[in-house]
Design a protein around this ligand. Structure first.
Ligand SMILES: Cc1cc2nc3c(=O)[nH]c(=O)nc-3n(C[C@H](O)[C@H](O)[C@H](O)COP(=O)(O)O)c2cc1C
Length: 443
């Protein structure tokens, strides 16, 4: 078996990633609010041996309530329930650095890591858009660069909190009544631009040391941040060329941060629209397309890229889009759409169909062999260390991927047969951080 193996993460979203998944007869929208649905998804992914499951999150209503299936649960609570239904698979939750406090977040992920026996991961996002800000007593989101400056300081605080208990701080000496060694637990005394935090954390050191740190913004500032902090990066690309460029750029930044190239895994999203024949896969793609509600899709696209396209005629090409630097929203997703528009000059309707399946992630329609070929090409030619598997319909699309594509990847020696460890870090081949207590003490 070759040394380098794929990393596969099941990106879960309600009853499927396609924006009209809840309308398709192969899904059951009643399950959106049923915790057993998500526990079943986690078990399917774990039976398939995938590295992790992942839940995205926002702190505002996403899309429009009239046409969008609601996200019923927030990720930490839901992953805690999923942890109880599984024993091996990693559990990655999104939480925003712009709208949470480091002390709260350090506790949430410490709890999830303790509860799951070392399977917690945090997808760090800075959150674009003013609607989220307006739920947190502000009129507008902070400037793009400032959001990342805050995120950087946030990471310094939370990692210090996770390091505020030494690995051996808890002694549990019942005879003497000594529960912990006070010399092995310390304040962090953080005082800087955004945060003043005394510490220590009120939770002993967690099984993984730190949860796995994942990041999902691919702008210029996002990449600089990822190169400092992230151990896995979720990203969206439409072409293998743009994915390769991103991969090389990000890996190239690691050395400047004193990091090895394999200490960060790059995982682009892929939406596999599967059929046993190409015609069957095309049929499913067409069925899903048919179910898109254009007025909803235009609103969601406008929100996603931060440019108002409502009122633009569906069958006309897109207007000239502004330069990336002018966007204060999610810059990387805007850049992806802008490139696609320049390259293909689609009408608005054609663009909606391109994006409806995966909001900008690569949609691959085909047979299991064709999907496996695609994965192998990206993995083997410097575009990816693995993938975010984004099934258009859930649970059926995830089961089909596991039952039909995984055996091909395994036969080609690209994906391990079984788990090789017990923690999420083990699955991604990432070391447990050294006991940071000593470093913290020196500071
Ligand atoms: C796979 C993937 C998942 C993401 N999940 C979230 C999410 O759950 N919540 C969120 O606010 N942003 C999420 N993002 C990030 C946004 O799309 C956006 O890039 C980011 O918030 C802004 O950063 P940027 O300007 O550096 O692109 C995700 C991105 C990717 C590629």
């Amino acid at each position: 078996m070759p040394e380098r193996q794929l990393h596969l993460n099941a990106f879960l979203m309600g009853v499927g990633h396609h924006e009209a998944a809840w309308r398709h007869p192969r899904t059951d929208p009643a399950r959106l609010g049923d915790v057993r649905h998500y526990q079943e998804l986690a078990r399917i992914a774990e039976d398939g041996g995938l590295d992790s499951v992942f839940l995205a999150d926002g702190v505002q209503v996403w899309g429009d309530v009239e046409h969008t299936a609601a996200q019923v649960f927030e990720p930490i609570t839901l992953l805690t329930a999923m942890a109880q239904a599984t024993s091996r698979i990693g559990l990655i939750a999104t939480v925003s650095t712009s709208y949470s406090e480091p002390y709260n977040l350090a506790r949430w992920f410490a709890s999830l890591d303790h509860i799951s026996g070392g399977r917690a991961g945090w997808n760090i996002v800075t959150t674009a858009g003013d609607r989220a800000a307006q739920n947190f007593s502000r009129d507008a989101a902070a400037e793009h660069a400032e959001r990342y400056e805050r995120a950087d300081e946030y990471l310094r605080v939370v990692t210090a909190l996770w390091d505020s208990w030494a690995d051996d701080a808890v002694v549990v000496d019942r005879a003497s009544g000594r529960y912990a060694d006070p010399d092995r637990v310390r304040d962090i005394d953080h005082h800087d631009r955004f945060y003043q935090v005394r510490g220590p954390l009120n939770t002993p050191r967690i099984p993984q040391g730190h949860p796995l740190l994942v990041q999902a913004g691919s702008s210029h500032d996002g990449k600089a941040f990822a190169a400092r902090w992230a151990e896995a990066v979720f990203t969206a690309h439409q072409t293998v060329e743009s994915a390769r460029e991103f991969y090389a750029d990000l890996k190239g930044r690691l050395a400047d941060n004193g990091r090895a190239a394999d200490s960060l895994k790059v995982l682009p999203g892929i939406v596999p629209v599967l059929g046993s024949t190409r015609a069957e896969a095309d049929r499913l793609a067409a069925e899903l397309d048919e179910l898109i509600v254009p007025v909803r899709a235009v609103r969601q696209l406008s929100e996603m890229i931060g440019v108002d396209l409502t009122g633009h005629p569906l069958d006309r090409p897109l207007p000239q889009l502004p330069p990336v630097a002018a966007i204060n929203g999610a810059q990387s997703r805007f850049a992806l759409v802008r490139d696609l528009v320049e390259r293909e000059r689609p009408t608005l309707r054609q663009l909606l169909s391109r994006l409806g399946g995966g909001r900008g992630h690569q949609v691959v329609v085909g047979t299991p062999d064709q999907i496996a070929d695609h994965i192998e090409l990206w993995f083997g030619t410097g575009a990816a260390d693995g993938f975010n598997i984004m099934a258009p319909l859930l649970p059926s699309g995830l089961s089909e991927f596991i039952d039909t594509v995984l055996p091909i990847l395994r036969a080609r020696g690209l994906f391990r047969a079984d788990y090789r460890g017990t923690t999420l870090r083990d699955h991604y081949g990432l070391a447990r951080p050294v006991d940071g207590f000593a470093t913290l003490a020196a500071v």
